[in-house]
Design a protein around this ligand. Structure first.
Ligand SMILES: C[S@@+](CC[C@H](N)C(=O)[O-])C[C@H]1O[C@@H](n2cnc3c(N)ncnc32)[C@H](O)[C@@H]1O
Length: 253
């Protein structure tokens, strides 16, 4: 999938908060090797260099567009690559924020990484748990409506893109890690017109936009925006976009 780093960055203040909430729960003191899987354009990755200045820090992402904007020379190196191809041998901290939902086999990957990680090492990840929220349901229903079905069949993921918190807890524990798994719902207060549409245009709507030509994409966006306005009415202080996320932070014995 092609990413648009500038569109994604429009709500970077809101999007970065779960990253810091995740990293705050990792108690590693001086890891030697840290990897950020699905690091995007890397602004969050380099904050890890302040936390662990002695660590070798690698940001990995499958999107060349994202990696092209990564801040090189600021304490981390960056590479284009797939999570599926990553070995965690010799890694002390493996972080993945808001990326594993794009990796269908990520539960198998977590099992492999848990086995490869250094003893005492950490796996910490966060995935959205909002696939049943109006934003996603309305998108899926519209894509499946008679007008769009022919063009958009099979393009969107469903709730199965991520596992239940319980499943992650069982999986990490079964693989010899001591795990802390939790969910947080953020109530993002967004400014401007159609902010939920603008938010998902940077992420979940991208597969739709990529499948359609420009005129079709405009028409789909207009229909979807009207539905979103009804589901997320503006309030005097902004539009509230509730967003549930699942976090897991686990240490290998
Ligand atoms: C929503 S962005 C999150 C970026 C960053 N971690 C952050 O928190 O801002 C998801 C990222 O996952 C990357 N991604 C998706 N599938 C991937 C895969 N199989 N391997 C590596 N990166 C992947 C995308 O290219 C994208 O940059």
């Amino acid at each position: 999938m092609r990413w648009d780093p500038l569109q994604y960055a429009r709500y970077s203040d809101h999007r970065s908060r779960p990253f810091f909430d995740l990293v705050a729960q990792i108690s590693a003191e001086s890891p030697a090797a840290v990897v950020d899987v699905g690091c995007g354009s890397g602004e969050l990755t380099i904050t890890l260099a302040q936390r662990w200045p002695a660590a070798t820090l690698l940001g990995l992402d499958s999107s060349p567009e994202m990696i092209a904007r990564a801040p090189v020379g600021r304490g981390a190196s960056f590479t284009v690559g797939a999570a599926e191809d990553l070995d965690a041998l010799g890694v002390d901290v493996l972080i993945s924020n808001a990326a594993l939902q794009w990796v269908p086999q990520h539960t198998e990957l977590l099992t492999r990484w848990a086995g490869q990680l250094n003893d005492g090492g950490w796996i910490a990840f966060q995935v959205p748990a909002n696939f049943d929220a109006p934003s996603h349901k309305l998108m899926r229903n519209l894509a499946d409506s008679p007008r769009w079905r022919g063009r958009l069949q099979g393009v969107l993921r469903d709730a199965l893109a991520v596992a239940d918190p319980d499943t992650y807890l069982d999986l990490l524990t079964a693989n010899g890690l001591q795990a802390d798994v939790w969910q947080t719902q953020y109530l993002h207060v967004l400014p401007g017109d159609d902010p939920v549409l603008e938010w998902v245009r940077g992420t979940g709507l991208r597969p739709v936009l990529q499948r359609l030509n420009d005129d079709e994409a405009d028409a789909f966006s207009a229909e979807y925006a009207a539905l979103l306005r009804h589901a997320y009415p503006g309030r005097p202080y902004g539009t509230v976009f509730p967003f549930l996320r699942t976090f897991a932070v686990a240490q290998k014995a």
